[in-house]
Design a protein around this ligand. Structure first.
Ligand SMILES: Nc1ncnc2c1ncn2[C@@H]1O[C@H](COP(=O)(O)OP(=O)(O)OP(=O)(O)O)[C@@H](O)[C@H]1O
Ligand SMILES: [Mg+2]
Length: 212
């Protein structure tokens, strides 16, 4: 199965979600590969730090740019899960990956500027479904304020239900320092001792993957 993590907006937590799902699924003995389709190379660097620290399980990662559909199809035959980080902005990588992905996860912050990109994402998913009718697409609220007094998440939830092409994940990824620490340490939060972040990634994985 090909999981694409993409968004039109930069800095919304795409690479954080991609690397955390990769670390968690790999720890569940799922044979996976990451495809870093972002020239910023966040996932590649995360994997390099992981390898340096000799973290187990190792997560294989390849870098690709431009038309990525054929690479993804080929990797999909060899691995149980292919996780693609398409980088910020609308790109050739994002569009060609959408044509072959089984699942698209679109992380978004609960802010107006981020939510404004959703009409276009909704349209891109509609276009992609012309080629790839089984594409499953879900928004995931990410970097959300952990203070329950802030109503942004509820407001964003309401807004996101308007897009007929997109589902909305139940799991919300909150803004927690441990996500930044994990990225720097070449780890996933499920390998660190923050039970709240660990629960978020486990729940997110359960929403999209058949895990026992
Ligand atoms: N849930 C979170 N809690 C705290 N910090 C986070 C969270 N998610 C992401 N960050 C931090 O925010 C920054 C941007 O995150 P990330 O690199 O995952 O976003 P991105 O969407 O991949 O960005 P880009 O568009 O540049 O590829 C990083 O410093 C990351 O550590
Ligand atoms: Mg990124």
């Amino acid at each position: 199965m090909i999981l694409l993590v993409a968004a039109e907006k930069g800095g919304v937590g795409k690479s954080t979600i991609a690397t955390n799902l990769a670390a968690h699924l790999a720890s569940q003995s799922i044979d996976l590969v990451m495809v870093d389709a972002d020239i910023q190379a966040t996932c590649t660097n995360w994997v390099a730090r992981r390898d340096e620290l000799k973290r187990s399980p190792a997560v294989p990662c390849v870098q690709r740019s431009g038309e990525v559909a054929s690479t993804l199809r080929e990797l999909d035959r060899r691995y149980a899960v292919v996780i693609v980080d398409a980088g910020g902005r609308d790109s050739r990588e994002m569009r060609t990956a959408m044509a072959v992905a089984n699942l698209l996860i679109i992380p978004t912050q609960a802010s107006q500027a981020d939510l404004e990109t959703f009409p276009k994402m909704n349209e891109l998913v509609a276009l992609a479904r012309g080629l790839n009718p089984d594409l499953n697409a879900s928004a995931v609220l990410s970097r959300a304020p952990s203070n329950p007094v802030i109503r942004e998440v509820e407001e964003a939830r309401e807004l996101l239900t308007q897009f007929e092409q997109l589902q909305l994940a139940d799991t919300v990824i909150r803004d927690r320092k441990v996500y930044r620490d994990a990225l720097l340490a070449g780890k996933g939060v499920t390998e660190l001792d923050n039970s709240q972040a660990r629960a978020e990634i486990q729940l997110l994985a359960q929403e999209f993957f058949d895990l026992n």
